[in-house]
Design a protein around this ligand. Structure first.
Ligand SMILES: NC(=O)c1ccc[n+]([C@@H]2O[C@H](COP(=O)([O-])OP(=O)(O)OC[C@H]3O[C@@H](n4cnc5c(N)ncnc54)[C@H](O)[C@@H]3O)[C@@H](O)[C@H]2O)c1
Ligand SMILES: [Zn+2]
Length: 359
């Protein structure tokens, strides 16, 4: 097992960690009641192990299951969870454990942020995306009809437990989408990691979870994101903006596909390709470096071209809705060469349209 300090808490990475949840919570001086929040897929896979560990350490867990899928990440569902916690008698001394992917991490963190004005949050991420991205940085929240993550709070987890064993049941497509964020991290700030990814290939969750290399890769990504977040905890000074590389177009593609056609990481993969096209034009990214990035995305079975019949107009509309173009220009994260990134303020809507048309 290895561990990383992040914000106010600690992130543990290793195998066979679920049965140690209780002891780890004890070590934080937590006690008494907790809510163990999960989704309908993950609860039946892993909750029993976590519950047993909590009980044997003297905790009194209340299990709360919500339906799997992004459609559960709502204010209404957060209220249902809070009501269940009130009914079970959880108080200011209690804490919340989120067991699941990014959806559960976000909503359980939001509930922890608002319950009795804030109680401790423990995250047990069960997707690769949640381990390398959503469980780091303290952003919690829910979606509304007008958009994703519009309501939320900053609330740093006290503890994150990344047990690699849980990845074995993750569907391959879900596993691969985590690599879009990993590749993003490499492109914007870690050229050595990019070189490592060039040599890797999609071995799938079961095989990859067996290898120590995955543990090191997850650790490297956690350290990378934590470093950026620590410079700009509240997303105010611009450091965190670099993490949006590939996301302006990625979000628009997700939205144009009604959040069904592409998983988040798949849309980000396409967004990264578009950001590379713009980076060639506006930041001097060499063409062979763009090709190397596209090649690495393909290695993890991530999409790098849009289907011919995809409604591109809907992507343009979503970009316009999402971003404020001032004087026809928008702030956009570009990479001049692999391992570095900055915000350009001279990217026009036409640049973005051109890049999307080339997808
Ligand atoms: N807070 C942040 O900084 C941040 C960053 C990135 C993404 N996010 C959020 O994360 C969410 C996406 O996260 P996600 O991709 O993990 O989605 P998810 O939580 O919806 O999980 C994806 C699917 O995999 C299933 N699953 C999870 N773990 C499993 C396992 N071990 N075995 C089998 N099935 C499993 C889930 O039940 C679900 O059906 C979005 O809501 C996004 O907004 C937040
Ligand atoms: Zn993302």
């Amino acid at each position: 097992m290895t561990s990383v300090r992040a914000g106010i808490g600690r992130i543990l990475i290793g195998k066979q960690l679920l049965p140690r949840t209780g002891k780890r919570c004890q070590a934080l001086a937590l006690s008494g009641q907790c809510a163990l929040i999960s989704d309908s897929n993950v609860m039946s896979l892993f909750a029993e192990r976590v519950k047993r560990s909590l009980l044997s350490a003297g905790f009194r867990p209340t299990l709360i299951t919500i339906p799997a899928g992004e459609k559960s990440k709502t204010l209404k569902q957060a209220a249902v969870i809070c009501d269940r916690m009130i009914a079970a008698g959880l108080d200011r001394q209690s804490f919340v454990i989120g067991l699941g992917g990014g959806m559960i991490g976000d909503i359980s963190g939001f509930v922890a942020a608002i319950y009795h004005r804030g109680i401790p949050h423990v995250q047990i991420p069960t997707t690769l995306l949640a381990m390398v991205d959503s469980s780091i940085g303290g952003k919690t929240g829910v979606d509304t009809r007008a958009g994703k993550n519009l309501i939320g709070a900053f609330h740093q987890p006290s503890l994150v437990i990344d047990d690699l064993d849980v990845l074995k049941t993750l569907p391959r497509r879900q596993f691969n989408q985590g690599f879009a964020e990993i590749i993003k991290h490499a492109v914007i700030g870690d050229v050595k990691m990019f070189e490592k990814l060039k040599a890797a290939h999609a071995s799938g969750p079961a095989a990859a979870a067996e290898t120590l290399a995955l543990q090191q890769l997850i650790r490297r990504n956690i350290e990378f994101k934590s470093r950026i977040v620590s410079k700009d905890e509240r997303d105010r000074t611009g450091e965190r903006t670099l993490l949006n590389f590939g996301h302006t177009v990625g979000h628009a593609i997700e939205c144009a596909g009604n959040y069904q056609k592409f998983l988040h990481g798949e849309a980000v993969s396409l967004g990264i390709v578009a950001a590379c096209t713009i980076s060639i034009k506006k930041a001097g990214l060499p063409r062979d470096q763009r090709d190397a990035i596209v090649d690495v995305l393909r290695r993890f079975d991530l999409p790098t071209r849009l289907p011919g019949n995809f409604p591109r107009n809907k992507i343009f509309d979503a970009v316009k809705f999402d971003k404020k173009f001032e004087g026809g220009k928008v702030r956009f994260v570009v990479t001049p060469r692999i391992g570095t990134a900055h915000v350009a303020d001279d990217v026009t809507f036409d640049d973005i349209r051109e890049a999307i048309n080339a997808l």
